[in-house]
Design a protein around this ligand. Sequence first.
Ligand code: 5RP
Length: 327
Amino acid sequence: MTTFKKDPTASPRTAQPTMRIPSTGDLALTPARHSGQRYLCLHRRLRTVASARVHAGVAHAENRSTVLPEVRQRGGATGPHCHLIAAGFPTGTAPSGVCTDASANHAKVEGVSAEIDQEKRASARAAAAMVEAGMVLGLGTGTTVAFLVPALGERHLDVTSVATSPATESAACASGLKVVPFEGIDRLDLAIDGSDQVDPQGWLVKGGGGAHTREKIVAAAADRFVVIVSSNKVVDRLRPPVPLELMAFGLDVVRRVIPGIELRRAPLSPDGGVLADYHGEVDDPERLSALFDATPGVVAHGLFPPTMVSAVLIGRGDQVEERPINH
Ligand code: 5RP
């Protein structure tokens, strides 16, 4: 739980809300190079980035919408993971994380550990083993797919692939995969992608990396859609936020009709859409999905129904659980 209180040590002119470092591990801090006592402060649940300075173990948020250049360079859809080094914690107790997508005020931060990476790698390699020569594949986006692509490349199969993001396209090309535009192809044999959440029925929340519009088109075009996740993505029920891509035209009408939408301070999607997140309730994903689908101006949303999913491969340690989805 994050609490805000006035910093008693701050001068009146520079007084800022104080963000106590929560014990839930929601916050991750990383030193901002060449910036003295300033740190980057990333809030996992709220997915916000702030610059902060740390005094006596308390992070003082300075500006919740500031992203320092270091993160801009290291984050972003095409950048490598930004490993966060927590500060202001007793040794060994610091939360740490990986910023998998940081742009402007938006940051996707995951608790990171070698175990999670191991689980992502294991599920990705299990999916790569499902691929057969001659297939036309859909490749998703994200850190789990980043394990899939080289695993596929290692198999030296004659496959053709469609990528859902420029990042995946360049990784696939670098791994020797044949990538073609999604034109003149009316179906795919298999699509493989990660997910931010998977509920017991097989509903997904996707789009933490902002690629959900293309990912949904690719998943819907595939005979089989296989989801690859680490075990921390498996949830008992879906929770906000739900990523959205919106038309810029008439944007404020959509925000009035669907309260709870926050725009990401992020570049437009490769298709010119405005990236946003819905922070309201997700108790009934079917009803919410229908609302998004029925609202003109919503290009796509991150709720993927179980009917779209063939199987979920869940990395658990170095094992992989294959969970078929009942339709
Ligand atoms: C990108 C996505 C990703 O598949 C989702 O965010 C999971 O990402 P990761 O594999 O990095 O955990 O939907 O738009």
